[in-house]
Design a protein around this ligand. Structure first.
Ligand code: FAD
Length: 407
């Protein structure tokens, strides 16, 4: 694959029309956090039939699982529609990345974790509502004292109480946290045996909004991604039945919560590549246009070599990131998706490329670049987030090296 298919292009044009009509007019309200992302996302899902398609897939998958034929739960809620999702993600990211963050965390992390780890009853209870966006999900690992050292430093804990568990602790920087209806929480099992806290088992639970002892903080003020609410979660003696423990067992067949999170890291990092492509393409388009039209010293600034160097570097980044995205799509189709180390390499490169391109776009626009009206400053603020979440770029380096040095 070296270019989008005819179908992808048709979808891209339809998405662009949607964005022009439903997103661009609200950009200021979205970028100030005044307007929440969910109504627009729901409209997008309903206009493109994504909600119906996703619900249909989930229903069929669960019916198969119920009849003992297996649920095919590894493919994610959009099955073979990965290329369509890549188009959707990159187009939206070039205009309002927060919409993608809110959506990606809810479905890509929230629904996918339930799908891969839950029992049939748990999938029936939560999945359809999340994949259709009737409900919004959060996925909560990070804590004030454990970001990069997510599992070693984790303090949020559960203790057994008869058949139940009691949850205490706190999470931070949680996308959708302030508004989520369903919350996936990772917590350490405290067995009261004095075992080293770093090595304790990690269990994964599903919480619902309004549970006694659950507090969802207000959205943080951030540098960018204002259209995606990010906040804290507090757990104060929350009683959880076993039906909220994903898999309903402490000894899940595919490892503890650490393994579940690792599987999500790969998907999340690939998603960052799709988002980076959107930012780069939009900056590229805006900059070529500006370089042709801004006139100084009696000529277009596109005639100056230092401006040409910026455009050339943006073009190189665009080609590289696009090729990485196409490569992932092809490999997924062939049933050979990237490993965690490869997804980390993609994330490291693409997030740096997008941030650099967006910062250079601000520079190319001069004073106008620093003004919100020209939008490149928003793209630069949004792009920077790609170097921090889904594991900071320094941590990507360690994952790439681990893959390279493993014997
Ligand atoms: C907008 C946004 C949304 C987010 N959404 C979510 C979410 O939905 N759910 C969730 O669980 N989390 C979320 N996060 C949290 C995110 O995953 C963490 O911020 C990230 O993993 C980094 O952790 P930290 O902020 O604690 O930084 P720290 O871990 O404190 O790192 C500080 C610095 O040290 C560096 N560092 C750390 N360890 C090493 C090392 N071994 N070698 C070299 N350098 C190192 C880091 O790269 C960083 O530069 C979100 C964050 C942001 C900004």
């Amino acid at each position: 694959m070296f270019e989008w298919s005819e179908t992808d292009l048709m979808i891209r044009d339809a998405v662009r029309t949607f964005i022009d009509k439903e997103v661009r007019p609200h950009l200021d309200a979205l970028d100030s956090g005044e307007m929440l992302p969910y109504p627009i996302l729901r409209k997008l899902f309903s206009q493109f039939g994504i909600d119906t398609m996703a619900e249909d897939m989930v229903t069929k998958m669960l019916a198969k699982e119920e009849s003992g034929e297996g649920g095919g739960s590894k493919r994610g809620p959009f099955g073979d529609q990965q290329s369509m999702m890549a188009v959707l993600i990159s187009e939206l990211s070039g205009v309002c990345m927060g919409l993608v963050s809110a959506l990606g965390v809810s479905i890509g992390l929230g629904a996918t974790t339930i799908m891969s780890r839950g029992t049939l009853a748990q999938k029936q209870r939560w999945l359809a509502d999340i994949v259709t966006l009737r409900k919004v999900a959060s996925w909560a690992i990070t804590e004030p004292d454990s970001g990069s050292d997510a599992f070693g430093g984790m303090k949020t804990r559960v203790e057994r109480d008869g058949e139940d568990y009691i949850l205490n602790g706190q999470k931070t920087f949680i996308t959708n946290g302030p508004c989520a209806d369903v919350i996936i929480v990772y917590a350490k099992l405290d067995e009261g045996d004095g075992a080293d806290k770093r090595d304790r088992k990690v269990l994964t639970f599903v919480l619902d909004k309004g549970m006694e002892g659950l507090t969802q903080g207000k959205p943080f003020k951030k540098m960018g991604l204002h259209s995606s609410p990010t906040g804290e979660l507090f757990f104060d003696n929350i009683r959880l039945g076993k039906d909220r423990l994903l898999g309903e067992t402490e000894d899940h067949r595919s490892g503890d919560g650490r393994e579940s999170a690792r599987a999500s890291f790969t998907a999340e990092r690939i998603g960052v590549g799709f988002m980076a492509l959107g930012v780069i393409e939009e900056c590229h388009r805006l900059c070529v246009d500006y370089a042709r039209n801004r006139t100084l010293w009696g000529q277009e600034i596109g005639r100056f070599q230092l401006i040409q160097l910026k455009l050339a570097k943006m073009e190189v980044a665009r080609i590289n990131v696009r090729n990485m995205v196409f490569n992932v799509l092809e490999r997924s189709k062939a049933g050979k998706p990237p490993s965690l180390a490869e997804a980390s390499a993609m994330k490291l490169y693409c997030s740096e490329a997008a941030t650099e391109v967006a910062m250079e776009a601000v520079q190319l626009f001069g004073g106008n670049g620093y003004m919100s009206e020209y939008r490149v400053e928003q793209l630069a603020r949004d792009a920077k987030s790609l170097m921090i979440y889904a594991g900071s770029n320094e941590i990507q380096v360690t994952h790439i090296a681990k893959g390279l040095l493993a014997r």
